[in-house]
Design a protein around this ligand. Structure first.
Ligand code: FAD
Length: 347
């Protein structure tokens, strides 16, 4: 059998050979698998969901890659309106959001259309349209590779911030096994994001039903090129390639006067629109950034891979874009996807 590649496990379809790939489908298999991996690999495995937020090294990963493919939702009634929903890590986030919409359970409706697994969502506090998984997260169970046992972290201990968490800060230390969300049988949370309010034809602060918001988010993502279409021209991508950068009050005044969108994140930090900054230095949708690397057809902030693109070339293209923005604006862009596998200083 040919050796599996990281390219086959990631949406950018970049990345070299994987030593051993374990697709974990049955949660009951976890303990034996983890003990065997822990005994032979000091640093633990690379863990993947759908590979939609990673750039995998051309040199691959010589050790074990665990692909979380566990599915399942269990529901516990908390009171007349609230339920605790515990979801296996490999369950597709999109399926969970659709299930919640059908059940009219509010809390994650704005996350419709985000690719990937429920277990990966707390890693970068996945979010969109003014909401994030932190708004509904109650806690997670993890495998602690340092201690060799299962642990439970309440939401607060996950240290969720704008596209960040303790899991993203310390890659590989913990594998999320289940995620527990608290959802409420109620209308959706008040709409805070202007494009979503416009899509729904409602004022800011309105509270449409959960299915209405879920459908509007999907429609809006479709118009804006924010859905993953595996057969379209922008199929090979990892979503937004840069985080909206933190800026100072002085930078906020300067750049918002020039038209840059500036907002406060859920922790009160000022952030500039990364997409606007890229366009300010001349990037446009569809533009070639480097050989085999282009901005997507509909969106400058999504960068896509083509043909014989390499992970090193893709990463260098992002470094080049960030340098252009830094030179022109003094603002530092940080990549959003995580690099996995064996990266050398040269790559
Ligand atoms: C078209 C497109 C649109 C996107 N839109 C958004 C958006 O609107 N908002 C947003 O936040 N993100 C967005 N993303 C990024 C991505 O979909 C999310 O970050 C998603 O949560 C990643 O899930 P995944 O299963 O693919 O994770 P992967 O890419 O497989 O993994 C991401 C990281 O999490 C780690 N990881 C994965 N599973 C686990 C686990 N069980 N335990 C511990 N660590 C784990 C991996 O090691 C890696 O470091 C988009 C991506 C694409 C391609």
């Amino acid at each position: 059998m040919p050796q599996a590649t990281l390219a086959s496990l990631t949406t950018l379809r970049l990345g070299g050979p994987a030593g051993t790939v374990l697709h974990l489908s049955d949660p009951a298999d976890w303990h034996d698998a983890a003990r065997a991996i822990g005994a032979r690999e000091q640093d633990g495995p690379v863990v993947l969901g759908h590979g939609s937020n990673v750039i995998a090294a051309d040199a691959g990963h010589p050790g074990t890659v665990v692909v979380m493919n566990t599915h399942g939702i269990t529901v516990e009634k908390l009171d007349d309106t609230r339920v605790a929903v515990t979801v296996q890590a490999g369950h597709p986030l999109a399926d969970l959001v659709q299930w919640a919409a059908a059940e009219r359970l509010a809390g994650i409706e704005c996350l419709a259309g985000i690719p990937g697994t429920v277990g990966a969502a707390p890693v970068q506090n996945a979010g969109a349209y003014g909401r994030q998984i932190a708004d509904a997260l109650h806690g997670v169970t993890v495998w602690d590779w340092g201690m060799g046992c299962v642990r439970t972290f309440p939401a607060q201990a996950c240290r969720l911030r704008y596209r960040n968490s303790r899991f993203k800060q310390t890659p590989g230390r913990w594998t999320i096994l289940t995620t527990t969300l608290h959802l409420t049988r109620a209308p959706a949370a008040g709409i805070t994001y202007r494009p979503l309010a416009d899509e729904l034809g409602v004022p800011i602060g309105a509270r449409p039903t959960v299915p209405e918001v879920t459908a509007a988010v999907l429609a809006n993502r479709r118009h804006r090129g924010l859905l993953l279409d595996p057969s379209g021209p922008d199929a090979r991508q990892a979503g937004s390639v840069f985080l909206n950068p933190r800026i100072t009050t002085t930078q906020a005044t300067l750049w918002s006067d020039l038209g840059c969108p500036v907002h406060r994140d859920s922790n009160g930090e000022l952030r500039a629109g990364a997409s606007w900054l890229l366009e300010h230095v001349g990037c446009r949708p569809g533009q070639v950034v480097a050989e085999g690397v282009r901005c997507s057809q509909r969106r400058t902030l999504t960068v896509t891979a083509h043909g014989d693109a390499t992970a090193a070339g893709f990463h260098q293209a992002l470094t080049h874009l960030a340098a252009q923005v830094a030179t022109t604006t003094g603002i530092t862009l940080q990549p959003e996807p995580t690099r996995i596998g064996l990266w050398t200083a040269k790559s």
